[in-house]
Design a protein. Structure first.
Ligand code: FCB
Length: 446
């Protein structure tokens, strides 16, 4: 694929990471433990037996990482804050040394003219709150709102966007539904109640941040997909409708319509969440942007074993189907169904079994992946969807949750023994692509 897609000059080009996946510094300067510290230290939970104690050591190496971003010429950096770093127990005392870290990181970004897009919660709940019931405990939503307000107070005028949650679907479904992620619970009813508390906490945090007042755009990041029936059978079609309803509409409808989607609610039956009187009104308030993370589509089969998609473009190292058309379709469907605010594609990228060959990392498959998805999102843009930016996941190879360090998503290779960073071919391609997009803004000096 060689075609070049021209985006408007105002389009935001970025890279994304999250705190637990890159920071390390697990106990540095008063940081409290999070559920991912606990989970990754529990034998059998992470495939390669690793944890986030050191990760990419970004806590100490952030100046180098920001310099790499500057050398690529990106406009923006999306990262998350580790709640337990700034409030070790998740409630009560703040940890000034933790705040200082993010202050230093922001200064570094400001010095390179890279806009900060922060996420408040990328799955690393302070363990102290987990000990009191975690997201199953409604109180956690109120503690989250206090933390959100404090971030807005301290940093709200220095960052471009603040997202409340990253992919609450994963927190609920993988953390509480199938136990793949921290805290490792497998209980459908609990996972649905957790999803409600996440939606509630989003609304409470939005109100708390609005009260503080800041220049940051406030929103949420959702992982989304289209759901295609594997065959024309009525059962597969019904499965696909339910999948879309329980995954995409389940989070979109409360926020944009103030209610849960009827189909998912009906199928959930007795597992439907306990919702208090004003909850959905709290969840239903204007957001300034919607972050969409897109990796694959859902392919819904009721056969045993389930029918698999053809995977015409192949699969990534995660085994995920490469399906860029799904991104166009998803964005157009969202645009038709909701009054959307501006959208950022806050994550998109692929795992690839990258290795260093003569000092280089030839990951041409990733370049092809990104090109195809940029074309797909531009197709949606040209059909009227307001898309403001794209963040490639990820800047660095990092701790890929229960896959540990075995899966590499970075455009920059990390040697975990030496912590040496090596830009892959995809990083160099992205740098050149950005120069082509906006020739007036040449890459910053590293
Ligand atoms: C997303 C997560 C991100 C990373 C990518 C591969 O679901 O938000 O942290 O793990 O998948």
């Amino acid at each position: 694929m060689t075609d070049f897609t021209q985006f408007p000059p105002s389009f935001t080009w970025g890279v994304a990471t999250s705190a637990f996946q890159i920071e390390g510094g697990a106990t540095a300067d008063g940081k409290g433990p999070s559920i991912w510290d606990t989970f990754s230290h529990t034998p059998g939970k992470v495939i390669d037996g690793t944890n986030g104690d050191v990760a990419c050591d970004h806590y100490h190496r952030y100046p180098e990482d920001v310099a790499i971003m500057a050398s690529l010429g990106v406009d923006a950096y999306r990262f998350s804050m580790a709640w337990a770093r700034v409030q070790p127990q998740g409630k009560g005392a703040w940890n000034e040394a933790g705040w200082d870290f993010y202050d230093r990181l922001l200064k570094e970004l400001e010095s390179k003219n890279i806009a900060a897009h922060i996420t408040l919660y990328h799955w690393d709940l302070p363990q102290g709150l987990q000990d009191e019931g975690g997201w199953l405990n409604r109180d956690t939503a109120y503690h989250f709102a206090e933390y959100a307000a404090e971030v807005a107070r301290r940093f709200g005028n220095r960052v471009k966007t603040i997202a409340t949650h990253n992919e609450p679907w994963c927190t609920a479904n993988l953390g509480y539904g199938n136990a793949q992620f921290a805290p490792g619970v497998a209980d459908l009813k609990q996972s649905i109640q957790v999803s409600h508390h996440l939606v509630l906490s989003h609304g409470l945090a939005m109100s708390a941040m609005r009260k503080v007042g800041s220049t940051a755009q406030l929103g949420i990041v959702l992982n989304q997909w289209t759901a295609d029936p594997a065959t024309d059978s009525a059962a597969d079609k019904a499965a696909a409708e339910f999948e879309y309803s329980r995954s995409v509409e389940w989070f979109m409808d409360p926020i944009f319509k103030g209610k849960y989607p009827a189909l998912a609610l009906k199928v959930h039956g007795d597992n439907a969440p306990v919702v208090q009187d004003d909850d959905l009104e709290i969840a239903h308030q204007k957001i300034d942007f919607l972050g969409v993370n897109y990796y694959f589509r859902a392919f819904c089969s009721t056969e045993t074993p389930p029918r698999q998609p053809e995977c015409k473009l192949g699969k990534t190292d995660m085994g995920w189907e490469i399906f860029p058309d799904g991104l166009t379709e998803l964005l157009l469907k969202l645009h038709a169904d909701y009054e959307l605010p501006p959208i950022y594609i806050t994550e998109n990228g692929m795992a690839n079994p990258d290795t260093i060959v003569n000092g280089e990392v030839p990951d041409e498959a990733r370049i092809d992946f990104v090109k195809r998805h940029l074309k797909a999102l531009n197709d949606a843009r040209l059909q009227g969807v307001n898309i403001q930016g794209y963040f490639l996941w990820s800047l660095l190879d990092n701790f890929e949750w229960n896959s540990g360090y075995a899966k590499r998503f970075g455009i920059v290779h990390v040697d975990y023994e030496t912590q040496q960073r090596t830009p892959k071919h995809s990083a160099l391609w992205y740098r050149d692509y950005l120069i082509q997009q906006r020739p007036q803004k040449s890459a910053h000096a590293a």
